[in-house]
Design a protein around this ligand. Structure first.
Ligand code: BTN
Length: 321
């Protein structure tokens, strides 16, 4: 089904708003004109605006502004990420869904949703996920020790920052996982892993990006510290092509992660860090550490130089500055 739908969409797109007859589509796909009509009906039900006339055939007027797998995969330049996509209009949390299916899925599989009703952030926080954002989880099977899984958070943060920077915005990374523009958060990353005897079975990289929402769609309690790509750029973003660019960038960084010393990623991350060099306060469940952020360890821990000149490495916490 998916493949035939995609081929019909592609044929209609290739015609560039010109008509394609049912007969031609049927011949191309090796199906009857009645079957073509059924596919057209299902596309129309999904928001594809397709005009049909008995004489001219079908004309694709517009495609829905949704993250349909067919749209994402058409023109996707990756070889691993997004080859399989599970799409939902609404889900509790793409990370939870991804974890449920990760054991039996291929590396690179994506879970994506238009809306999350129970989006999860770090440290047990809620992640507000209305229409207009990109809420997704990528299943990876890097075969690394569990202690290195947090490195993938840095990989993902770097990929998000790079792709936003390519749009001309000054995206920076706030340790450990926030991508910010002009000091406001536009993306958060939640990395979850399952491991057996210290080797990860899989890593679920959960990435939430505020793309086209209006700031009023973000609850007031979060709004002051948040932004969206639309607000920063002053125009609506084509989410499908943004996502295609992001998946390509993430794949490039993932290849570097797997083939090069981690110092490569770390250096690039440091160059975009918003945190290093600042006076920070990090709260962990047991205490508060204050001092100057002076570096990051290869496993992503923040190195803080305290007032007494001693250094401390913090692996997880809430960083305030
Ligand atoms: C944070 O900054 O606290 C992390 C936020 C991570 C949000 C993303 S959205 C997609 C995926 N599914 C979730 O429930 N959370 C992550």
């Amino acid at each position: 089904m998916g493949d035939k739908r995609s081929r019909i969409i592609k044929a209609l797109k290739d015609a560039q708003k010109g008509p394609v007859s049912g007969e031609e589509l049927g011949l191309k796909l090796g199906i009857s004109r009645t079957m073509v009509w059924k596919y057209i009906k299902s596309l129309q039900a999904d928001g594809y605006e397709i005009e049909s006339s008995p004489k001219r055939g079908y004309v694709l007027k517009s495609v829905p502004q949704l993250l349909y797998p067919e749209e994402i995969q058409m023109g996707l330049k990756t070889t691993l990420l997004g080859k399989k996509i599970h799409y939902y209009e609404e889900v509790t949390s793409t990370n939870s869904t991804a974890k449920d299916i990760a054991a039996s899925e291929e590396e690179g599989t994506l879970v994506i949703a238009e809306v999350q009703k129970g989006g999860r952030g770090r440290l047990g926080r809620e992640w507000v996920s209305p229409h207009g954002g990109i809420w997704m989880s990528v299943i990876l099977k890097p075969g690394i020790p569990l202690r290195h899984a947090s490195r993938l958070t840095l990989v993902a943060g770097l990929a998000v920052a790079n792709v936003i920077r390519n749009m001309g915005l000054d995206a920076r990374i706030k340790w450990p996982n926030d991508v910010r523009i002009n000091g406001k958060k536009v993306c958060g990353i939640l990395t979850e892993a399952k491991a057996e005897v210290d080797r990860v079975d899989y890593v679920v990289l959960g990435i939430g990006i505020n793309v086209n929402m209006d700031l009023k769609d973000i609850p007031e309690s979060f709004r002051a510290g948040s932004t969206t790509l639309k607000a920063e750029l002053g125009s609506h973003i084509k989410r499908v092509s943004f996502l295609q660019d992001f998946l390509f960038e993430l794949e490039q960084q993932y290849i570097l992660f797997k083939t090069q010393p981690f110092s490569h990623i770390l250096n690039d991350w440091l160059a975009l860090s918003d945190t290093i060099g600042r006076e920070v306060k990090v709260t962990t469940p047991s205490r508060i550490i204050e001092g100057k952020a002076v570096g990051i360890t290869p496993d992503g821990a923040l190195v803080i130089r305290k007032a007494d000149d001693t250094k401390e490495e913090i692996i997880a916490g809430r960083c305030i500055y």
